[in-house]
Ligand binder design. Sequence first.
Ligand code: ATP
Ligand code: MG
Length: 363
Amino acid sequence: MSSNKIILTGDRPTGRLHIGHYVGSLRRRVELQNAGDYEKMFVFIADAQALTDNVDNPEKVRQNVIEVALDYLACGLDPERVTLFIQSQIPELCELAFYFMNMVTVSRLQRNPTVKTEIGMRGFESSIPVGFFTYPVSQAADITAFRANTVPAGEDQKPMIEQATEIVRRFNHIYGDTLVEPSIMLPDNAACMRLPGTDGKAKMSKSLGNCIYLSETADEMAKKVKTMYTDPTHLAVSDPGHVEGNTVFTYLDAFCTDDHFARYWPDYANLDECKAHYMRGGLGDVKCKKFLEKVLNETLEPIRARRLELQKDIPAIYEILRRGSEAAREVAADTLADVRRAMKINYFDDAELIAEQVARFAQ
Ligand code: ATP
Ligand code: MG
């Protein structure tokens, strides 16, 4: 199968990737890649964006570039089929972002709900770095420079894609049809849109320290699952329990299939039956957590094993990123040539302009 999808997604190198990334976006990318359901696919490590709120910690960003690359490859992204690149290596993206800055107002950026939440999370209320404040604009440049029309991402990215779409419309309105409008491809399951943290907080996030990492060992993961947030009112096994807002069940919603029940917990045919028992009372958290651990292990074990293999040849990983960055730069440069032409700042490739000026001054 092939289609006209041009897919682009990225992750900030602020830590190793976690199961929230996996269900929110990474799993979808690998499925799309394997189905061949696209014309081109770009996946990038957003180091320049990570620096917008880590300006004094460049080492953190530098160390995590390779961690994210290892996670990508371990999850099955294939550099033969997908262009993997590092954002900062494509200077065209800065250029495009600079032009886009004029197409967005400060108040529009202030209304971006994701930016609002993130400003709170980072304690930036009284002094927001300009780069952080404007990162949605730079993200619009990342997407449009590759003419991406499809962005598989979690729900937190919705306002970013809306902002990018507005910028594209404004640009095309002023300068003529040049750029492509993107759309977000959200996970089809509500639990995956915004996977909560192991502490039950709204979002699993590298910056909140409530993550299960893809590269976690089985033991480390088991410990985290054991202490996960469940239902605080479910004190005795016989008590009726709540599955709404219960992180164990949210993770099961995101990961488990009927096959998992057949293999590991044949007492139930599917998650609905298991939930019904929990809500009636008589099903304890420990059993549910043991099952979740098996389900997660089945998904993560092959990823861990591949990562260990990949770690044996680190220079090869940097070489993949170098080659991908070169290829990506060519694509972005091509779009930027169109942008400069549309914006009438292509002075030296425009023979007509020179002839026109000759005529003007000859009068
Ligand atoms: P940071 O805290 O540094 O912002 P993050 O954990 O939020 O890191 P990002 O790199 O900002 O991760 O997000 C990369 C991609 O993963 C985005 O598409 C985002 O929607 C998705 N994503 C991140 N966290 C989750 C989550 N908890 N549930 C679903 N999708 C997520
Ligand atoms: Mg984030």
